[in-house]
Design a binder for this molecule. Structure first.
Ligand code: XMP
Length: 319
């Protein structure tokens, strides 16, 4: 892609000019944006960049491994992998309010990130995979003037506290352009094409109290759902698809026995920037088959429902 090749060269020059001989630290989330930002910056300034991946215990199945393999082994980019899951899950114990969840995770993320940044001797710059829609959403959120629908999780506040400047090479791009740039930079297709994943992770897909057991059930259900979508060749038609674990148990019957287990909600939407979205019209056969697979393969689930709400009035995530 010609435009992306030109963009890549221009941005590399800009990054070199901005950073000089300074040190840059970049938080990876497992998502496409931060990965593309990191690879681009690494190309510009090499090992002046250190990436930090904070595993908050709210990631999808095998996510940490995927990210670590990609950066350490595929790209050879220095990566600090912090397993902070005990700390995060500990502080989230008993928390049910969505905004409190988001704020707790945001605060812990900054604390952990700051500790790690200190360990490597600090940095002059903080790199972020901020996109154009993020820039707009933080100015006027979907709910109109001065109404915060959801506190977005990022490392806001940290740059000032640590006296760091921001490097945001993707600020002018939309998601589809970031993907093009990722391909241009040689990121594997399976990674580039991934659906967006929110900073607070599975915490906001687990309404009510978050426990390790619930997260494990959710991770498995989500993996089966995504596997179904990939097998049916639908993954790339969908902006985002994921499972939600409802804080409700219902009665079912399996074999000769009565069951009393959790309900899984399935979400899938089409969108161009996440600001508005339509629910994806799966056919009933696909949904039935997926429900059967989830119930058979995931212990602790005996009922599956499909979310047919568009945005607005719903948001994409459930919290
Ligand atoms: P909502 O749920 O507000 O989500 O319709 C719109 C898009 O934003 C993602 N999202 C987040 N991304 N930090 C992020 O990095 C967050 O706190 C956050 N909350 C929602 C969501 O997955 C969807 O793509």
């Amino acid at each position: 892609d010609w435009t992306m090749r030109a963009f890549r060269e221009e941005e590399i020059a800009k990054i070199r000019q901005q950073v000089g001989k300074g040190k840059v630290i970049c938080g990876l989330s497992g998502g496409v944006d931060s990965a593309v930002a990191a690879v681009l910056i690494h190309e510009a300034i090499g090992d002046q960049l250190t990436c930090v991946f904070v595993d908050h215990g709210l990631l999808r199945l095998d996510e940490a491994k995927t990210v670590v393999d990609l950066f350490r082994h595929h790209y050879n980019i220095p990566l600090v992998h912090v397993d902070a899951s005990k700390q995060f899950l500990g502080e989230l114990e008993g928390v049910t309010d969505p905004e409190t969840k988001r704020k707790t995770i945001g605060r812990l993320f900054i604390e952990v990130f700051e500790q790690e940044a200190k360990k490597i001797g600090g940095a002059d710059f903080l790199a972020q995979g901020t996109l154009y829609p993020d820039v707009i959403e933080s100015v006027s959120f979907t709910g109109g003037p001065s109404v915060t629908i959801k506190s977005h999780h990022n490392v806001g506040g940290l740059p000032e506290r640590m006296n760091m400047k921001l490097v945001e090479p993707l600020r002018e791009l939309f998601k589809d352009e970031v993907r093009k740039l990722g391909r241009e930079l040689g990121l594997p297709e399976i990674f580039v094409g991934r659906h967006p994943f929110p900073g607070p992770g599975l915490a906001i897909r687990c309404p009510g109290e978050i426990t390790k057991d619930k997260l494990d059930i959710l991770r498995k259900a989500d993996a089966v759902y995504i596997d179904q979508i990939r097998k049916h060749g639908l993954y790339d038609e969908i902006w985002q698809a994921f499972a939600v674990l409802l804080p409700v148990k219902t009665v079912g019957v399996m074999g000769d026995g009565r069951t009393y287990d959790y309900v899984v909600g399935l979400r899938a939407v089409t969108s161009t920037d996440g600001m508005t979205a339509d629910f994806y019209p799966f056919d009933m056969k696909f949904l039935g088959e997926t429900a059967t697979r989830i119930i058979n393969e995931v212990k602790g689930v005996n009922r599956v429902v499909y979310d047919v709400t568009s945005k607005p009035p719903g948001t994409i995530e459930w919290e």
